[in-house]
Write a protein that binds this ligand. Structure first.
Ligand code: GLU
Length: 471
């Protein structure tokens, strides 16, 4: 049973890399009958903002991955951190350091000049038999942890394998600043331990924090969780993902007309696979996902794949669900008597809900004008007479309402009049929808109904297709 967490810092919006980490954490918890917990790491008061917290919560609601516990906020846990700081001081596992900024700077410079990695030199670290410098009056101390001076800090990473860090890579790092604020690695270790996190799944940009956090775990006698550091998502060129490539707010995907199922399916495959399977329902992800199978190398964002998956889900979710989601995009189709037919028709070609909306509106909305290019090409002198005869035919068949019915009367009409299909169809498309980019004429007439189709044909004839489209 895995207890996992996702711990975003609300300094910006939740982007897809974060959502993928959250998804992996969520899947692993749910698959093992454990819990998925959300923690907001909002200690950086200068960079946090409320809107970002809300955007993160909205994103989780949209994709349907709720936290199994009350959401924790680090900013509300100060007393807990203070208690552990005091404990470490009392147990002499941490100490106050009064080194001034200037002294630290001089030390750093000296080490750099000697081509050494800058590290704290232990001036204020208490050791038996060592005399510490006199405490300066004008310096507020920081608190440093007594990190091991030698040996190896090691852990088994579920993605990267056995990880070993020489203890001298970790110095006595600061766990509380001079203003009393505890530092990042200190609070993360405490929170993960107190929230009983068994499996920490996070981006591999955090790998270098892990040895420090292990030092804290050990100092406080906490059990060390299992770690999985997952490689980044890059752009198709193998570079850092930029906003243009898709590194945007998760809610932007909603605004662009993606379904959460498609986004999650897309993300689960960016860094994990099950043979060459591309489509994963939530049930399948839960059955098959295992963080121990996460790829060791970075993955590449692929917009076409996302669009392809989105098109798949648009085709396969229920029309009621589509109608519901379309509301968000300002398209109200629920009450329409041909809802099922129009959705069946339009969803076949839509990559996004925005495209679906425009395909629906293209049919249902009265044309505001007629596309001049199409008019020039398809509206000839004889078109009006031909359409008048077709209207006549429709008048005689007003009771018809399925595409098959319309086809059954239209095909003989084409034959009897010696027409080619586009000669009739393109003027009808232009008259009914304003342009030539529309589904089959039979479908459009069936969706609009014979009556409404006649009206639109007559309106077009009345102005001789001579009305510019609104831009
Ligand atoms: N708050 C960190 C971030 O947003 C994540 C910390 C962690 O997962 O340990 O990158």
């Amino acid at each position: 049973m895995a207890i996992t967490r996702f711990a975003p810092s609300p300094t910006g919006y939740l982007h897809i890399g974060g959502l993928r980490t959250a998804l992996y954490s969520y899947l692993w918890a749910k698959k093992t009958g454990g819990e998925f917990k959300l923690r907001i790491e909002d200690t950086d008061t200068a960079r946090n903002n409320e809107a970002a917290v809300q955007a993160i919560l909205d994103a989780f609601e949209w994709v349907g991955m709720p936290s199994d516990c009350v959401i924790e906020y680090q900013s509300r846990r100060t007393e807990i951190y203070q208690k552990y700081l005091q404990q470490l001081l009392d147990e002499e596992k941490a100490y106050r350091c009064y080194m001034s900024k200037e002294e630290l700077e001089t030390l750093r410079k000296k080490q750099e000049d000697a081509k050494q990695t800058p590290r704290y030199d232990g001036t204020w670290r208490p050791e038996s038999g060592k005399e510490l410098p006199p405490i300066p009056q004008d310096i507020e101390p920081v608190i440093r942890i007594k990190a091991p001076k030698e040996g190896i800090i090691e852990f088994e990473d579920g993605v990267k394998g056995s990880m070993k860090f020489d203890a001298n890579q970790v110095d006595d790092f600061v766990i509380a600043r001079s203003n009393g604020m505890p530092t990042y690695n200190f609070v993360v270790a405490i929170d993960d331990a107190l929230m009983q996190i068994s499996d920490v799944i996070r981006g591999d940009d955090h790998l270098s924090n892990t040895p420090k956090q292990i030092v804290i775990y050990n100092a406080l006698g906490f059990e060390i969780p299992k770690f999985y550091h997952i490689p980044m998502i890059n752009n198709p060129q193998g570079k850092k993902l930029s906003k243009r490539d898709g590194a945007m707010d998760v809610m932007e995907y909603k605004r662009l007309g993606y379904l959460p199922e498609a986004l999650l399916n897309f993300l689960v495959r960016l860094g994990w696979s099950n043979g060459d399977q591309e489509i994963f329902s939530m049930e399948e992800m839960l059955e098959l996902f295992d963080p121990n199978d996460i790829n060791k190398s970075a993955s590449a964002y692929n917009q076409e794949k996302l669009d392809w998956l989105n098109a798949h889900y648009i085709k396969n979710v229920s029309n009621d669900r589509l109608a519901e989601d379309l509301k968000f995009h300002g398209c109200e189709i629920h009450g329409h008597d041909k809802k099922q037919m129009v959705l069946d028709l339009c969803k076949e070609r839509a990559n996004t809900l925005i495209e679906l909306k425009s395909a629906i509106e293209n049919i249902l909305k009265l044309p505001t004008g007629y596309e001049s290019k199409g008019v020039k090409k398809f509206i000839k002198d004889e078109t009006t007479d031909m359409l008048q005869s077709y209207i006549q035919l429709l008048e005689e068949n007003k009771e018809l309402h399925t595409p098959v019915d319309i086809e059954a009367i239209t095909k003989p009409f084409i034959e009897q009049n010696g027409l080619k299909f586009p000669q009739l169809f393109q003027p009808i498309r232009i008259a009914l929808t304003g342009g030539t980019q529309a589904p089959s004429v039979y479908d459009i007439i069936a969706v609009l109904g014979v009556e409404e189709s006649i009206n639109r044909l007559q309106s077009a004839i009345k102005v001789n297709f001579n009305k510019q489209e609104d831009s």
